[in-house]
Design a protein around this ligand. Structure first.
Ligand code: F6P
Length: 545
Protein backbone atom coordinates (compact mmCIF):
# COMPACT_ATOMS: atom_id res chain seq x y z
CA UNK A 1 0.00 0.00 0.00
CA UNK A 2 1.41 3.46 -0.86
CA UNK A 3 1.10 6.07 1.82
CA UNK A 4 -0.08 9.57 1.04
CA UNK A 5 2.81 12.06 1.01
CA UNK A 6 2.07 13.44 4.48
CA UNK A 7 1.77 10.00 6.08
CA UNK A 8 4.97 8.99 4.30
CA UNK A 9 6.72 12.08 5.66
CA UNK A 10 5.58 11.26 9.20
CA UNK A 11 6.89 7.76 8.77
CA UNK A 12 10.20 9.11 7.53
CA UNK A 13 10.39 11.25 10.67
CA UNK A 14 9.69 8.23 12.90
CA UNK A 15 12.46 6.31 11.17
CA UNK A 16 14.93 9.17 11.50
CA UNK A 17 14.11 9.48 15.20
CA UNK A 18 14.59 5.75 15.71
CA UNK A 19 17.97 5.87 13.99
CA UNK A 20 19.35 8.84 15.91
CA UNK A 21 17.71 8.19 19.29
CA UNK A 22 20.66 6.22 20.67
CA UNK A 23 23.07 9.03 19.77
CA UNK A 24 23.44 11.80 22.34
CA UNK A 25 23.52 15.47 21.36
CA UNK A 26 27.17 15.58 22.36
CA UNK A 27 27.92 12.67 20.03
CA UNK A 28 25.94 14.30 17.25
CA UNK A 29 28.31 17.28 17.45
CA UNK A 30 31.23 14.87 16.99
CA UNK A 31 29.54 13.05 14.11
CA UNK A 32 28.39 16.18 12.26
CA UNK A 33 31.24 18.68 11.87
CA UNK A 34 28.98 21.26 10.18
CA UNK A 35 26.29 20.93 12.86
CA UNK A 36 26.78 24.28 14.54
CA UNK A 37 26.84 26.34 11.33
CA UNK A 38 24.03 24.35 9.74
CA UNK A 39 21.79 24.76 12.77
CA UNK A 40 22.52 28.40 13.51
CA UNK A 41 20.36 30.91 11.65
CA UNK A 42 20.31 34.69 11.68
CA UNK A 43 16.92 36.29 11.20
CA UNK A 44 15.78 39.89 11.66
CA UNK A 45 18.55 40.71 14.13
CA UNK A 46 18.18 37.51 16.16
CA UNK A 47 20.37 34.43 16.12
CA UNK A 48 18.74 31.07 16.57
CA UNK A 49 21.01 28.21 17.67
CA UNK A 50 19.31 24.83 17.34
CA UNK A 51 22.49 22.77 17.43
CA UNK A 52 21.80 21.62 21.01
CA UNK A 53 18.62 19.88 19.88
CA UNK A 54 18.32 16.10 19.70
CA UNK A 55 17.88 15.90 15.94
CA UNK A 56 20.55 14.53 13.64
CA UNK A 57 20.96 15.84 10.10
CA UNK A 58 18.70 13.01 9.10
CA UNK A 59 16.05 14.11 11.61
CA UNK A 60 16.19 17.72 10.44
CA UNK A 61 15.82 16.62 6.81
CA UNK A 62 12.81 14.51 7.79
CA UNK A 63 11.19 17.47 9.58
CA UNK A 64 11.74 19.70 6.54
CA UNK A 65 10.31 17.05 4.25
CA UNK A 66 7.29 16.88 6.53
CA UNK A 67 6.90 20.67 6.41
CA UNK A 68 7.00 20.53 2.61
CA UNK A 69 4.58 17.62 2.40
CA UNK A 70 2.16 19.40 4.75
CA UNK A 71 2.26 22.47 2.49
CA UNK A 72 3.87 24.96 4.87
CA UNK A 73 5.08 27.20 2.04
CA UNK A 74 1.67 27.30 0.34
CA UNK A 75 -0.11 27.88 3.66
CA UNK A 76 2.29 30.71 4.51
CA UNK A 77 1.73 32.34 1.13
CA UNK A 78 -2.04 32.02 1.55
CA UNK A 79 -1.87 33.67 4.97
CA UNK A 80 0.13 36.60 3.64
CA UNK A 81 -2.21 36.84 0.62
CA UNK A 82 -5.18 37.28 2.98
CA UNK A 83 -6.95 34.05 2.07
CA UNK A 84 -9.56 32.76 4.52
CA UNK A 85 -7.17 30.53 6.46
CA UNK A 86 -9.27 30.62 9.64
CA UNK A 87 -11.89 28.46 8.04
CA UNK A 88 -14.00 27.63 11.08
CA UNK A 89 -14.67 31.36 11.55
CA UNK A 90 -14.56 32.27 7.85
CA UNK A 91 -11.79 34.85 8.27
CA UNK A 92 -8.45 35.86 6.86
CA UNK A 93 -5.57 36.10 9.33
CA UNK A 94 -3.48 39.13 8.59
CA UNK A 95 -1.44 40.28 11.57
CA UNK A 96 1.61 40.74 9.28
CA UNK A 97 -0.33 43.48 7.47
CA UNK A 98 -0.47 45.46 10.73
CA UNK A 99 3.29 45.83 10.94
CA UNK A 100 4.08 46.16 7.24
CA UNK A 101 5.62 49.52 6.31
CA UNK A 102 3.47 52.30 4.88
CA UNK A 103 2.71 51.71 1.23
CA UNK A 104 2.22 47.95 1.59
CA UNK A 105 -0.72 46.37 -0.22
CA UNK A 106 -2.40 43.66 1.83
CA UNK A 107 -5.84 42.24 1.08
CA UNK A 108 -8.18 40.41 3.46
CA UNK A 109 -10.21 37.98 1.39
CA UNK A 110 -9.73 40.27 -1.60
CA UNK A 111 -10.53 43.53 0.20
CA UNK A 112 -7.65 46.04 0.44
CA UNK A 113 -6.75 46.78 4.06
CA UNK A 114 -3.42 48.60 4.08
CA UNK A 115 -4.80 52.13 3.69
CA UNK A 116 -7.16 51.58 6.62
CA UNK A 117 -4.29 50.18 8.71
CA UNK A 118 -2.18 53.25 7.97
CA UNK A 119 -5.08 55.53 8.89
CA UNK A 120 -5.49 53.62 12.17
CA UNK A 121 -1.79 53.97 12.93
CA UNK A 122 -2.09 57.67 12.19
CA UNK A 123 -4.85 58.04 14.79
CA UNK A 124 -2.81 56.11 17.35
CA UNK A 125 0.20 58.31 16.70
CA UNK A 126 -1.86 61.49 16.98
CA UNK A 127 -3.22 60.45 20.39
CA UNK A 128 0.18 59.23 21.59
CA UNK A 129 2.00 62.38 20.44
CA UNK A 130 -0.77 64.65 21.75
CA UNK A 131 -0.75 63.08 25.21
CA UNK A 132 3.03 62.96 25.46
CA UNK A 133 3.35 66.59 24.36
CA UNK A 134 0.68 67.67 26.82
CA UNK A 135 -1.55 68.94 23.99
CA UNK A 136 -4.26 66.42 24.82
CA UNK A 137 -5.21 66.82 28.45
CA UNK A 138 -7.76 65.62 30.95
CA UNK A 139 -11.09 67.22 31.86
CA UNK A 140 -9.52 69.55 34.44
CA UNK A 141 -6.74 70.67 32.12
CA UNK A 142 -4.07 68.49 33.67
CA UNK A 143 -1.73 66.45 31.45
CA UNK A 144 -2.16 62.70 31.52
CA UNK A 145 0.42 60.99 33.71
CA UNK A 146 -0.94 57.45 33.85
CA UNK A 147 -2.80 54.95 31.71
CA UNK A 148 -4.90 52.08 32.96
CA UNK A 149 -5.09 49.36 30.28
CA UNK A 150 -8.07 47.05 30.77
CA UNK A 151 -8.30 43.81 28.80
CA UNK A 152 -7.68 40.09 29.12
CA UNK A 153 -6.04 37.28 27.13
CA UNK A 154 -4.79 38.62 23.82
CA UNK A 155 -6.04 42.06 24.81
CA UNK A 156 -3.70 42.02 27.79
CA UNK A 157 -0.75 39.64 27.53
CA UNK A 158 0.97 41.29 24.57
CA UNK A 159 0.70 44.87 25.83
CA UNK A 160 1.72 43.82 29.34
CA UNK A 161 4.79 41.99 28.00
CA UNK A 162 5.80 44.82 25.68
CA UNK A 163 5.49 47.42 28.42
CA UNK A 164 7.39 45.33 30.95
CA UNK A 165 10.12 44.70 28.39
CA UNK A 166 10.55 48.24 27.12
CA UNK A 167 9.43 50.62 29.86
CA UNK A 168 12.97 51.57 30.92
CA UNK A 169 13.30 53.19 27.49
CA UNK A 170 10.45 55.60 28.30
CA UNK A 171 9.96 56.04 32.01
CA UNK A 172 7.74 59.13 32.01
CA UNK A 173 4.20 57.71 31.95
CA UNK A 174 2.85 55.14 34.38
CA UNK A 175 1.09 52.27 32.57
CA UNK A 176 -0.91 49.80 34.63
CA UNK A 177 -3.02 46.79 33.76
CA UNK A 178 -6.17 45.13 35.00
CA UNK A 179 -7.31 41.85 33.47
CA UNK A 180 -8.79 39.56 36.08
CA UNK A 181 -12.43 39.65 37.15
CA UNK A 182 -11.03 39.29 40.64
CA UNK A 183 -11.58 42.87 41.75
CA UNK A 184 -8.36 42.76 43.73
CA UNK A 185 -6.41 43.47 40.56
CA UNK A 186 -8.14 46.67 39.53
CA UNK A 187 -8.24 47.92 43.11
CA UNK A 188 -4.48 47.51 43.21
CA UNK A 189 -4.03 49.02 39.74
CA UNK A 190 -6.00 52.12 40.72
CA UNK A 191 -4.19 52.57 44.01
CA UNK A 192 -2.22 55.80 43.94
CA UNK A 193 -3.66 56.95 40.61
CA UNK A 194 -5.33 60.34 40.28
CA UNK A 195 -8.46 60.35 38.08
CA UNK A 196 -7.57 63.85 36.87
CA UNK A 197 -4.36 62.58 35.26
CA UNK A 198 -5.36 59.03 34.28
CA UNK A 199 -6.52 57.77 30.89
CA UNK A 200 -8.41 54.48 30.93
CA UNK A 201 -8.24 52.33 27.80
CA UNK A 202 -10.63 49.38 27.61
CA UNK A 203 -9.42 46.82 25.07
CA UNK A 204 -11.58 43.99 23.85
CA UNK A 205 -11.87 42.55 20.37
CA UNK A 206 -15.48 41.52 20.98
CA UNK A 207 -16.36 44.07 23.65
CA UNK A 208 -18.45 41.38 25.29
CA UNK A 209 -15.83 39.83 27.56
CA UNK A 210 -17.12 39.53 31.12
CA UNK A 211 -13.85 40.39 32.83
CA UNK A 212 -13.12 43.43 30.69
CA UNK A 213 -16.61 44.88 30.97
CA UNK A 214 -16.59 44.40 34.74
CA UNK A 215 -13.25 46.16 35.08
CA UNK A 216 -14.27 48.90 32.63
CA UNK A 217 -17.36 49.62 34.74
CA UNK A 218 -15.26 49.90 37.90
CA UNK A 219 -12.83 52.27 36.17
CA UNK A 220 -15.63 54.35 34.70
CA UNK A 221 -17.31 54.71 38.10
CA UNK A 222 -13.96 55.68 39.58
CA UNK A 223 -13.55 58.40 36.96
CA UNK A 224 -17.15 59.59 37.26
CA UNK A 225 -16.89 59.91 41.03
CA UNK A 226 -14.23 62.61 40.60
CA UNK A 227 -14.88 64.07 37.18
CA UNK A 228 -18.60 63.60 36.55
CA UNK A 229 -20.12 61.95 33.50
CA UNK A 230 -18.81 64.43 30.88
CA UNK A 231 -15.38 64.64 32.45
CA UNK A 232 -15.05 60.88 32.71
CA UNK A 233 -15.64 60.56 28.96
CA UNK A 234 -12.51 62.61 28.27
CA UNK A 235 -10.53 60.08 30.26
CA UNK A 236 -11.83 56.96 28.58
CA UNK A 237 -10.82 55.32 25.30
CA UNK A 238 -11.60 51.93 23.83
CA UNK A 239 -10.03 49.55 21.34
CA UNK A 240 -12.24 46.98 19.66
CA UNK A 241 -13.16 45.12 16.51
CA UNK A 242 -16.76 45.88 17.50
CA UNK A 243 -16.55 49.69 17.80
CA UNK A 244 -20.34 50.06 17.93
CA UNK A 245 -20.37 48.04 21.16
CA UNK A 246 -17.72 50.31 22.66
CA UNK A 247 -19.84 53.34 21.75
CA UNK A 248 -22.91 51.64 23.24
CA UNK A 249 -20.88 51.15 26.44
CA UNK A 250 -20.52 54.91 26.56
CA UNK A 251 -17.17 55.65 24.96
CA UNK A 252 -17.06 58.71 22.70
CA UNK A 253 -16.77 57.64 19.05
CA UNK A 254 -13.65 59.74 18.51
CA UNK A 255 -11.97 57.85 21.34
CA UNK A 256 -12.74 54.41 19.89
CA UNK A 257 -9.88 52.75 18.00
CA UNK A 258 -11.00 49.98 15.71
CA UNK A 259 -9.29 46.89 14.48
CA UNK A 260 -10.54 44.07 12.34
CA UNK A 261 -11.96 40.59 12.69
CA UNK A 262 -8.99 39.23 10.72
CA UNK A 263 -6.76 40.09 13.68
CA UNK A 264 -6.76 37.19 16.15
CA UNK A 265 -6.74 38.24 19.81
CA UNK A 266 -3.38 36.61 20.56
CA UNK A 267 -1.90 38.16 17.41
CA UNK A 268 -3.29 41.63 18.08
CA UNK A 269 -0.51 43.54 19.86
CA UNK A 270 0.46 45.03 16.49
CA UNK A 271 -2.96 46.69 16.11
CA UNK A 272 -4.60 49.41 18.21
CA UNK A 273 -4.49 46.83 21.02
CA UNK A 274 -0.96 48.21 21.46
CA UNK A 275 -2.33 51.77 21.92
CA UNK A 276 -1.43 52.02 25.60
CA UNK A 277 2.14 50.94 24.78
CA UNK A 278 2.31 53.36 21.85
CA UNK A 279 1.35 56.20 24.20
CA UNK A 280 3.51 55.17 27.13
CA UNK A 281 6.57 54.24 25.07
CA UNK A 282 6.15 56.98 22.50
CA UNK A 283 4.92 56.17 19.00
CA UNK A 284 8.42 55.99 17.51
CA UNK A 285 9.40 53.14 19.79
CA UNK A 286 6.15 51.35 19.03
CA UNK A 287 6.91 51.78 15.34
CA UNK A 288 10.35 50.25 15.89
CA UNK A 289 8.65 47.28 17.56
CA UNK A 290 6.45 46.90 14.45
CA UNK A 291 9.52 47.22 12.21
CA UNK A 292 11.27 44.36 14.02
CA UNK A 293 8.27 42.12 13.44
CA UNK A 294 8.07 43.19 9.79
CA UNK A 295 11.70 42.17 9.35
CA UNK A 296 10.86 38.72 10.73
CA UNK A 297 7.87 38.55 8.35
CA UNK A 298 10.18 39.20 5.40
CA UNK A 299 12.56 36.52 6.59
CA UNK A 300 9.71 34.03 7.04
CA UNK A 301 8.43 34.71 3.53
CA UNK A 302 11.79 34.78 1.78
CA UNK A 303 14.17 32.34 3.48
CA UNK A 304 14.35 28.77 2.22
CA UNK A 305 12.91 26.31 4.71
CA UNK A 306 16.35 24.99 5.76
CA UNK A 307 17.40 28.49 6.82
CA UNK A 308 14.01 29.75 7.94
CA UNK A 309 14.02 30.57 11.67
CA UNK A 310 10.29 30.09 12.40
CA UNK A 311 10.24 26.86 10.39
CA UNK A 312 13.34 25.51 12.13
CA UNK A 313 12.09 26.47 15.58
CA UNK A 314 8.77 24.79 14.83
CA UNK A 315 10.67 21.79 13.48
CA UNK A 316 12.75 21.43 16.63
CA UNK A 317 9.65 21.60 18.82
CA UNK A 318 7.82 19.16 16.59
CA UNK A 319 10.76 16.76 16.68
CA UNK A 320 10.61 16.82 20.46
CA UNK A 321 6.83 16.61 20.63
CA UNK A 322 6.07 14.03 17.95
CA UNK A 323 9.39 12.31 17.46
CA UNK A 324 10.40 11.99 21.08
CA UNK A 325 7.01 12.28 22.81
CA UNK A 326 7.91 15.26 24.98
CA UNK A 327 4.75 16.88 26.27
CA UNK A 328 6.07 20.03 27.90
CA UNK A 329 8.51 22.80 27.10
CA UNK A 330 10.07 25.41 29.34
CA UNK A 331 10.71 28.96 28.16
CA UNK A 332 13.36 30.79 30.10
CA UNK A 333 14.29 34.33 29.07
CA UNK A 334 17.54 35.46 30.62
CA UNK A 335 16.14 38.96 30.84
CA UNK A 336 14.04 39.98 33.81
CA UNK A 337 12.15 42.36 31.55
CA UNK A 338 10.95 39.36 29.51
CA UNK A 339 9.61 37.49 32.51
CA UNK A 340 6.11 37.63 31.02
CA UNK A 341 7.20 35.88 27.81
CA UNK A 342 6.16 32.42 29.08
CA UNK A 343 2.66 33.72 29.88
CA UNK A 344 2.41 35.32 26.43
CA UNK A 345 3.53 32.09 24.78
CA UNK A 346 1.10 30.04 26.83
CA UNK A 347 -1.77 31.83 25.12
CA UNK A 348 -0.06 32.00 21.74
CA UNK A 349 0.81 28.32 21.58
CA UNK A 350 -1.72 26.59 23.81
CA UNK A 351 -4.76 28.56 22.64
CA UNK A 352 -3.63 28.32 19.00
CA UNK A 353 -2.57 24.70 18.86
CA UNK A 354 -4.14 23.02 21.89
CA UNK A 355 -6.49 21.09 19.61
CA UNK A 356 -7.40 17.53 18.82
CA UNK A 357 -9.44 17.96 15.66
CA UNK A 358 -8.16 18.80 12.21
CA UNK A 359 -9.54 21.55 10.01
CA UNK A 360 -11.51 18.90 8.08
CA UNK A 361 -13.19 17.67 11.28
CA UNK A 362 -11.17 14.47 11.54
CA UNK A 363 -9.15 13.67 14.67
CA UNK A 364 -5.50 14.72 14.57
CA UNK A 365 -3.06 11.97 13.73
CA UNK A 366 -0.33 13.22 16.06
CA UNK A 367 -0.03 14.98 19.39
CA UNK A 368 -0.31 18.77 19.17
CA UNK A 369 0.70 21.68 21.43
CA UNK A 370 2.74 21.02 24.53
CA UNK A 371 2.38 22.53 27.96
CA UNK A 372 4.45 25.72 28.02
CA UNK A 373 5.77 27.09 31.29
CA UNK A 374 8.68 29.13 32.48
CA UNK A 375 10.08 32.13 34.26
CA UNK A 376 12.98 34.50 33.90
CA UNK A 377 16.49 33.15 34.31
CA UNK A 378 18.15 33.02 36.73
CA UNK A 379 15.04 32.90 38.98
CA UNK A 380 13.80 29.71 37.35
CA UNK A 381 17.08 28.02 38.18
CA UNK A 382 16.12 28.22 41.84
CA UNK A 383 12.64 26.86 41.26
CA UNK A 384 11.97 24.31 38.51
CA UNK A 385 15.40 23.66 37.00
CA UNK A 386 15.98 20.70 39.34
CA UNK A 387 13.28 18.89 37.37
CA UNK A 388 14.77 20.00 34.06
CA UNK A 389 18.15 18.54 35.00
CA UNK A 390 17.20 15.38 36.86
CA UNK A 391 13.44 14.89 36.52
CA UNK A 392 11.99 11.66 35.17
CA UNK A 393 10.70 13.49 32.08
CA UNK A 394 12.86 15.22 29.50
CA UNK A 395 11.61 18.79 29.06
CA UNK A 396 13.15 20.78 26.22
CA UNK A 397 13.96 24.39 27.02
CA UNK A 398 13.88 27.59 24.97
CA UNK A 399 16.48 30.03 26.23
CA UNK A 400 16.40 33.68 25.26
CA UNK A 401 19.29 36.04 25.94
CA UNK A 402 20.98 39.24 24.89
CA UNK A 403 24.63 40.07 24.38
CA UNK A 404 24.34 43.49 25.99
CA UNK A 405 22.07 45.32 28.37
CA UNK A 406 21.01 48.93 28.65
CA UNK A 407 20.15 48.60 32.32
CA UNK A 408 21.98 47.59 35.44
CA UNK A 409 25.68 47.09 36.10
CA UNK A 410 27.57 45.48 33.20
CA UNK A 411 29.16 42.87 35.47
CA UNK A 412 25.71 41.64 36.52
CA UNK A 413 24.84 41.14 32.87
CA UNK A 414 27.97 39.03 32.42
CA UNK A 415 26.90 36.90 35.39
CA UNK A 416 23.43 36.53 33.87
CA UNK A 417 24.86 35.48 30.52
CA UNK A 418 27.27 33.03 32.13
CA UNK A 419 24.29 31.37 33.79
CA UNK A 420 22.42 31.12 30.50
CA UNK A 421 25.35 29.40 28.81
CA UNK A 422 26.03 27.21 31.83
CA UNK A 423 22.47 25.90 31.96
CA UNK A 424 22.40 25.07 28.26
CA UNK A 425 25.72 23.28 28.55
CA UNK A 426 24.79 21.44 31.75
CA UNK A 427 21.48 20.27 30.30
CA UNK A 428 23.31 18.87 27.30
CA UNK A 429 26.48 17.36 28.76
CA UNK A 430 25.15 16.28 32.15
CA UNK A 431 27.52 14.67 34.61
CA UNK A 432 28.37 11.01 34.50
CA UNK A 433 28.07 8.67 37.45
CA UNK A 434 31.73 7.71 37.06
CA UNK A 435 32.72 11.34 37.43
CA UNK A 436 30.56 11.73 40.53
CA UNK A 437 31.93 8.51 42.04
CA UNK A 438 35.50 9.69 41.52
CA UNK A 439 34.73 12.98 43.21
CA UNK A 440 33.03 11.34 46.19
CA UNK A 441 35.88 8.86 46.55
CA UNK A 442 38.30 11.78 46.51
CA UNK A 443 36.37 13.27 49.42
CA UNK A 444 36.88 10.05 51.38
CA UNK A 445 33.33 8.63 51.28
CA UNK A 446 32.98 4.89 51.79
CA UNK A 447 31.97 2.67 48.85
CA UNK A 448 28.59 2.07 50.50
CA UNK A 449 27.97 5.80 50.82
CA UNK A 450 29.07 6.35 47.23
CA UNK A 451 26.63 3.68 46.00
CA UNK A 452 23.78 5.59 47.59
CA UNK A 453 24.86 9.12 46.74
CA UNK A 454 26.38 8.83 43.27
CA UNK A 455 23.16 8.02 41.36
CA UNK A 456 21.42 10.93 43.09
CA UNK A 457 24.14 13.34 42.07
CA UNK A 458 24.39 12.13 38.46
CA UNK A 459 22.98 14.32 35.67
CA UNK A 460 21.74 12.33 32.68
CA UNK A 461 22.31 15.26 30.29
CA UNK A 462 21.21 14.99 26.65
CA UNK A 463 18.42 17.46 27.39
CA UNK A 464 17.77 19.72 24.39
CA UNK A 465 17.71 23.49 24.30
CA UNK A 466 17.00 26.13 21.67
CA UNK A 467 18.82 29.42 22.09
CA UNK A 468 17.52 32.72 20.76
CA UNK A 469 20.11 35.44 21.07
CA UNK A 470 19.77 39.15 20.35
CA UNK A 471 22.20 42.00 20.76
CA UNK A 472 20.07 43.97 23.22
CA UNK A 473 16.43 44.04 24.33
CA UNK A 474 15.39 46.72 21.84
CA UNK A 475 11.91 47.37 20.41
CA UNK A 476 13.07 45.86 17.10
CA UNK A 477 14.38 42.68 18.70
CA UNK A 478 11.26 42.28 20.80
CA UNK A 479 9.08 42.64 17.71
CA UNK A 480 11.19 40.10 15.84
CA UNK A 481 11.07 37.68 18.78
CA UNK A 482 7.28 37.74 19.09
CA UNK A 483 6.83 37.44 15.31
CA UNK A 484 9.25 34.49 15.32
CA UNK A 485 7.06 32.67 17.83
CA UNK A 486 3.86 33.63 16.00
CA UNK A 487 5.09 32.13 12.74
CA UNK A 488 6.55 29.10 14.50
CA UNK A 489 3.13 28.45 16.05
CA UNK A 490 1.47 28.78 12.64
CA UNK A 491 3.93 26.37 10.99
CA UNK A 492 3.25 23.76 13.67
CA UNK A 493 -0.48 24.16 13.16
CA UNK A 494 -0.11 23.62 9.42
CA UNK A 495 1.92 20.44 9.95
CA UNK A 496 -0.60 19.12 12.47
CA UNK A 497 -3.47 20.01 10.11
CA UNK A 498 -5.28 22.17 12.66
CA UNK A 499 -6.67 25.70 12.59
CA UNK A 500 -4.36 27.77 14.81
CA UNK A 501 -6.67 30.76 14.70
CA UNK A 502 -9.86 29.70 16.47
CA UNK A 503 -10.39 28.85 20.15
CA UNK A 504 -13.66 26.98 20.57
CA UNK A 505 -12.28 25.33 23.68
CA UNK A 506 -12.71 28.47 25.76
CA UNK A 507 -16.46 28.75 25.14
CA UNK A 508 -18.00 26.06 27.34
CA UNK A 509 -16.54 27.40 30.57
CA UNK A 510 -17.73 30.93 29.71
CA UNK A 511 -21.29 29.69 29.09
CA UNK A 512 -21.39 27.73 32.31
CA UNK A 513 -19.97 30.68 34.26
CA UNK A 514 -22.84 32.88 33.08
CA UNK A 515 -25.36 30.26 34.21
CA UNK A 516 -23.63 29.80 37.56
CA UNK A 517 -23.42 33.55 38.07
CA UNK A 518 -27.22 33.66 37.93
CA UNK A 519 -27.43 30.86 40.46
CA UNK A 520 -24.90 32.42 42.84
CA UNK A 521 -26.87 35.66 42.53
CA UNK A 522 -29.95 33.89 43.89
CA UNK A 523 -31.54 32.90 40.58
CA UNK A 524 -33.13 29.51 39.91
CA UNK A 525 -30.76 26.56 40.25
CA UNK A 526 -30.18 24.18 37.35
CA UNK A 527 -29.15 20.56 37.42
CA UNK A 528 -25.44 19.98 37.98
CA UNK A 529 -23.23 17.13 39.04
CA UNK A 530 -23.39 16.47 42.82
CA UNK A 531 -20.12 18.26 43.52
CA UNK A 532 -21.13 21.45 41.69
CA UNK A 533 -24.60 21.39 43.25
CA UNK A 534 -23.09 21.22 46.74
CA UNK A 535 -20.62 23.98 45.97
CA UNK A 536 -23.35 26.25 44.55
CA UNK A 537 -25.39 25.74 47.72
CA UNK A 538 -22.41 26.55 49.90
CA UNK A 539 -21.10 29.54 47.94
CA UNK A 540 -24.51 31.07 47.19
CA UNK A 541 -25.02 31.18 50.93
CA UNK A 542 -21.77 33.05 51.49
CA UNK A 543 -21.60 35.35 48.44
CA UNK A 544 -25.25 35.66 47.38
CA UNK A 545 -27.61 38.56 48.07
O1 F6P B 1 -11.26 33.53 26.18
C1 F6P B 1 -10.35 33.56 25.14
C2 F6P B 1 -10.39 34.84 24.38
O2 F6P B 1 -11.41 34.82 23.45
C3 F6P B 1 -9.05 35.10 23.74
O3 F6P B 1 -8.89 34.45 22.55
C4 F6P B 1 -9.03 36.58 23.68
O4 F6P B 1 -7.74 37.07 23.47
C5 F6P B 1 -9.61 36.94 25.01
O5 F6P B 1 -10.62 35.97 25.22
C6 F6P B 1 -10.15 38.32 25.14
O6 F6P B 1 -11.16 38.56 24.21
P1 F6P B 1 -11.62 40.03 23.85
O7 F6P B 1 -10.45 40.74 23.29
O8 F6P B 1 -12.73 39.87 22.87
O9 F6P B 1 -12.07 40.68 25.12
Amino acid sequence: MTLDPIAAAWERLDQAVARSRPTSIVDLFAAEPDRLTRLTVDAAGLTLDLSKQSWSRDGLDAVLALARAAGVETARDKLFAGAVVNRSEGRAVLHPALRAPDGAAFFADGVPVSAEIEAGRGRMKALADGIRAGDIRGATGQPFKAILHIGIGGSDLGPRLVWEALKPLAPTLDLRFAANVDGAEIVQALTGLDPETTLVIAVSKTFTTLETLANAEVARDWLRASLGEAGARRHFAAVSAAPDKAVAFGVDADRVFAFWDWVGGRFSIWSAVGLSCAIALGYDRFQRFLDGAAAMDRHFVEAPLEANAPVLLAGAHLYNRNGLGRGARAVVPYAQRLRLLPAFLQQLEMESNGKRTRTDGAPVTHATATVVFGDAGTNGQHAFFQLLHQGADVIPVDLVGFARTDEGPADMHVKLTANLLAQAEALMIGRSEADVRAELAGKGLSPAEIDILAPQRTFPGDRPTSLILGDILSPENLGALLALYEHKTFVEGVIWGINSFDQWGVELGKTLAVRLLGELDGGPRSVHDPSTTALVARLAASTGP
